[in-house]
Design a protein around this ligand. Structure first.
Ligand code: NDP
Length: 324
């Protein structure tokens, strides 16, 4: 019988339960996929805690790689027996197998293994849209990237380097900063010990950066605005420290006509062709060697609570996968 992690109430990691489930046949536009590896992402903790509410009981997990076992009517890009991977709604990827909509499930090239795909789909496609589809960025531009030793972060460091973009990272320990630098960042600021705003000003000779990519949220948002050049772009794409407090638009005017956006991956990949293009761009970056996926933590599926605990305690680096 198939196994799936569900929650019946929002709360801490212990609320997750591994249960037996009957997985049916796919309906029109759906597929059934058997998972070989599952990606763990910070968004999973928001679903678990209720920060991003959903109807309960519900499965968790947005990303996995595996083999297509059945294909519903109207699905033409996937066939039974194909290797495939996805980052997609609805949550439910923490499972040995599942039925789900096919539109965001992409064929997996032979030279990308299941573990790398499970680790790279959500975080890699996020980096792709941040660097190519959110604001114009060209070689020589400077980006401040918070939590640069994390899953999205280590991919961003390497991606920036491969595009000639100067990335100043932040991270919570000196050890994490070493990893950030080893992955291509030009500088890394330990923002637990050092005032990152003052340091960014110093590193940019008082000018500030062109773009901030901020997945930390509440704790860094206003400091991030202070790091921008006039006309700079604030990309607030996550809330690991909590939601950004509401603020007045004058905060943008007084700092020099700043721009701000709050994007999500799921808008960018809603269209099937766009999803395929973004995924293939990520596979190309991995294949070329420009981006190496760091799977720094692996857990069996039944140890998912420990995986969440470590992620929220800031004790992970790079990507984390669950093995069914
Ligand atoms: P990470 O591996 O980056 O883990 C989160 C990191 O955030 C921690 O390791 C920690 O790094 C840092 N952090 C800072 N403050 C806190 C805090 N109070 N509690 C916990 N962590 C904190 O996670 P992901 O790579 O999965 O995701 C990174 C961010 O990007 C998340 O906010 C996520 O929601 C967001 N995201 C958004 C997407 C979108 O499309 N909008 C898509 C994918 C991810 P340190 O100790 O170095 O500070």
């Amino acid at each position: 019988m198939a196994k799936q992690v569900i929650i019946e109430e929002f709360g801490g990691p212990r609320n997750m339960k591994l249960v037996d489930v009957v997985v049916g046949e796919p309906g029109p536009g759906e597929i059934r996929i058997r998972h070989e590896a599952i990606g763990l992402n910070y968004i999973d903790t928001y679903h678990r805690s209720g920060l991003y509410p959903m109807e309960l009981p519900h499965g968790l997990g947005m990303e996995a790689a595996g083999v297509i076992e059945a294909v519903g009517a109207g699905v033409t890009h996937l066939k039974v027996g194909m290797r495939a991977a996805y980052a997609a709604n609805p949550p439910g990827a923490y499972a040995t197998e599942r039925v789900m909509p096919a539109a965001q499930v992409v064929p997996l090239p032979d030279d990308i293994n299941f573990e790398v795909a499970a680790a790279a789909m959500l975080q890699g496609m996020t980096v792709e849209y941040l660097f190519h589809r959110t604001t114009p960025l060209t070689a020589g531009d400077t980006v401040l990237f918070h939590a640069a030793a994390g899953g999205v972060g280590l991919i961003a460091c390497q991606w920036a380097k491969s595009e000639g973009i100067r990335l100043i990272g932040t991270a919570g320990t000196d050890e994490k900063c070493h990893e950030v630098l080893a992955n291509g960042a030009t500088h890394c600021i330990n923002y637990k010990d050092v005032d990152f705003v003052a340091k960014v000003k110093k590193l940019t000779e008082g000018k500030g950066v062109d773009v901030v990519m901020d997945g930390v949220g509440k704790d860094t948002f206003f400091g991030s605005l202070d790091c921008l050049k006039p006309l700079g772009m604030m990309i607030s794409f996550g809330n690991a420290s909590g939601n950004v407090e509401p603020f007045g638009l004058h905060e943008l005017a007084s700092r020099g006509s700043l721009k701000v956006t709050r994007p999500t991956l799921f808008t960018h990949i809603a269209d099937h062709d766009a999803c395929m293009a973004i995924a293939n761009h990520v596979f190309d970056k991995i294949r070329s060697g420009a981006v190496q996926i760091h799977i720094d933590q692996r857990f069996p599926l039944d140890a998912v609570a420990e995986a969440h605990r470590l992620l929220e305690a800031r004790m992970t680096t790079g990507s984390t996968i669950l093995l069914p």
